[in-house]
Write a protein that binds this ligand. Structure first.
Ligand SMILES: [Zn+2]
Length: 610
């Protein structure tokens, strides 16, 4: 995708004046906001030394987002001009593309793009800010991916805005550069009157980096201080997992924190920054903890399928259970280790991850690898038609989080606490992350599931264990024995309602209509009940409310039969439900763990800073 360009440029006759010191001509953007109240940006882009036909594209995807997002829909008032200023004709070969032929090798493109959605994926412009995800904002040209880029932002007159971004700074506070298209589109940019907080960190090699937070929010100064203090704790705890910070190429890592009542909640990782958004700053640290972990895991320890990111298609990888799931686990773990989350709450969150994988019906149909491949259909994707994802899909955040939890506890159990998941992450970092790539924004060695198995073999010192673990719990659909693993840390996996009759976790409304899909493998499913059926009677008695059905269940025992009458789309029906025992478990840390259990728990959930 990227290497075509040299061949194309070589055969063109282009004016030599456009070349600077033998380098390819940069792509130059200017982004202005002439009327922010109308929520559009005016973009001007200049492409020099271009091929005979320049293929201009709006992206259909964005780094870290896996569903298609048609950013072209918000583009309008598009014009192109040649180097002589004459307007050129634009062709539209497909909905995402504008083709233009320039007689002199230069195309000056102008268009407007509307945006009113503040999160990590889209564009949001109003009189308080321009919150830009660049794939949602900038048109790009095919075959020019390797060209350096120069972007100048023009703030609206009279507003006190400044720029926050991971783009490389220049002498002008409004002009930034990127070495290539991949880096450019990985660089969300916020223009607003944000509050800047920063601190520096030091690597073992002596290099220092500045960690910045650009906080655009209505929060009080105290709330912003508390948030910034929390970020510093998170950053200093997270680095203990890997032993070093990545090479942040601009010398900085930036949290672009945007918390306003009209925002959508989101967190989106990037190489040297993250966008974290929501309505209020209150509980924002857990999002920051997750996203910061991504500057190692996904941005540099990168799964095959996401490298290089394809802006024209959905991007699929086998490994989101690691890229997102392990990050989910560490986001919580680091909050606990940094003293920002009560360990009991962390254990509660880990318990939820494990329970989902053990009990949710999705695992009957798909493995962690299969779940990862579903991302283009579930990651901020909107379907018009109904899906049965509720019963056939478990989020790779949850599934992978549970695998991380189970693997961490397994490694600790096997080695008596000497080998942990941190060692595995460090092995992944050394092999795939730390070596870097040919240019900022590129990763030379993205990993496969087989690579994960090999690094697990290295870290555990047991190839048979690594192969078995990957085959059973990652490629296969088995669940780990969480009851046993939790016991080592003094955490009880406790059946909640032993001996109680259960027909499944049925969701019904006040009129006894089943409002959600019925889980395969439950008594209600086996009896043929499904979403939209309306239950009318049980054992010959009218059932007018969920409470009435509950009363009948309370009086019954596992193994009992219940005669159900219900109304389906095609008329009244009856069925026999064979009740089972309620399998629901609670995950409860023992209040008085043994000394051994306490030591295990402290080694796991306690701070790793020395
Ligand atoms: Zn994530």
């Amino acid at each position: 995708m990227r290497i075509v360009i040299l061949a194309v440029v070589a055969v063109l006759s282009v004016p030599l004046t456009a070349q600077q010191g033998g380098e390819t001509a940069p792509v130059v953007y200017q982004v202005s906001f002439p009327a922010p109240e109308h929520r559009f940006a005016q973009v001007e882009a200049t492409f020099s030394e271009v091929p005979q036909t320049l293929e201009l594209r709006m992206s259909r995807s964005s780094p870290g987002r896996y569903a298609l997002h048609e950013f072209a829909k918000n583009v309008y008032d598009v014009h192109a001009f040649g180097g002589d200023g004459k307007e050129l004709e634009l062709a539209r070969p497909n909905p995402y593309q504008w083709n233009v032929s320039s007689p002199d090798g230069t195309v000056r493109l102008q268009y407007k793009v509307y945006g009113d959605h503040v999160d990590g994926t889209y564009l949001g412009i109003d009189t308080t800010h321009a919150h830009m995800n660049l794939p949602a904002t900038l048109m790009w040209a095919r075959h020019l991916d390797d060209r350096p880029v120069r972007v100048t932002f023009v703030p609206p007159a009279g507003l006190d805005w400044k720029v926050a971004t991971q783009l490389f700074p220049t002498d002008s506070p409004w002009t930034f550069t990127a070495p290539n298209l991949q880096y450019l589109f990985d660089s969300p940019t916020e223009l607003s009157a944000y509050t800047l907080k920063q601190f520096s960190v030091r690597n073992p090699d002596g290099k220092t980096y500045t960690i910045r937070a650009a906080i655009h929010s209505g929060a009080t100064a105290e709330e912003i201080d508390r948030y910034a203090d929390g970020l510093e704790k998170i950053v200093n705890e997270a680095v203990t997992v890997y032993g070093e910070f990545p090479k942040y190429e601009p010398g900085t890592y930036t949290f672009l924190a945007d918390y306003l009542p009209s925002n959508s909640g989101d967190g989106m990782e990037h190489r040297n920054s993250t966008v974290v958004t929501g309505r209020a700053l209150g509980n924002a640290l857990s999002t920051a903890s997750h996203e910061f972990f991504h500057c190692w895991n996904v941005e540099r320890i990168r799964p095959q399928g996401l490298e290089p990111f394809n802006f024209e298609e959905a991007n699929m990888t086998d490994s989101l259970w690691l890229a997102e799931g392990f990050t989910q686990y560490y986001g919580v773990l680091i909050m606990a280790r940094a003293g920002l989350l009560d360990p009991v709450q962390a254990i509660g969150q880990f318990g939820s991850l494990a329970r989902s994988v053990v009990f949710d019906s999705g695992r009957q149909f798909r493995s962690a690898v299969d779940m990862s491949r579903m991302a283009p259909f579930v990651d901020a994707a909107r379907a018009v038609d109904r899906t049965n994802f509720k019963t056939t899909f478990i989020s790779y955040y949850t599934y992978g989080g549970a695998i991380a939890l189970g693997l961490d506890l397994t490694l600790r159990e096997r080695s008596n606490g000497k080998v942990t998941l941190d060692d595995f992450m460090r092995a992944m970092w050394r092999t795939y992350g730390a070596p870097g790539g040919p240019a900022p924004g590129l990763v030379a060695h993205p990993y496969s599931v087989a690579d994960v198995r090999d690094r697990l073999a290295d870290v555990s010192g047991d190839r048979g264990f690594a192969t078995d673990f990957v085959n059973r719990y990652i490629v296969g659909r088995e669940a780990l024995d969480y009851a046993r693993l939790f016991a080592r840390a003094g955490i009880d996996w406790r059946q909640r309602d032993r001996g109680h009759a259960w027909l499944g976790d049925l969701r019904v409304d006040a009129q006894m209509k089943i409002v959600d899909l019925v889980d395969p493998g439950t008594p209600a499913y086996d009896a043929g009940l499904e979403q939209d059926d309306v239950i009318t009677a049980a054992n010959g008695k009218d059932v007018a409310s969920p409470q009435a059905l509950q009363a009948i269940l309370r009086a019954a025992k596992p193994g009992d039969h219940i005669q159900i009458a219900f109304t389906r789309r095609d008329g009244p029906r009856t069925a026999t439900i064979v009740l089972k025992e309620d399998p629901t478990v609670d995950v409860v840390p023992l209040e008085s763990p043994s000394a051994d259990q306490k030591a295990f728990r402290d080694g796991w959930l306690g701070s790793q800073r020395h």
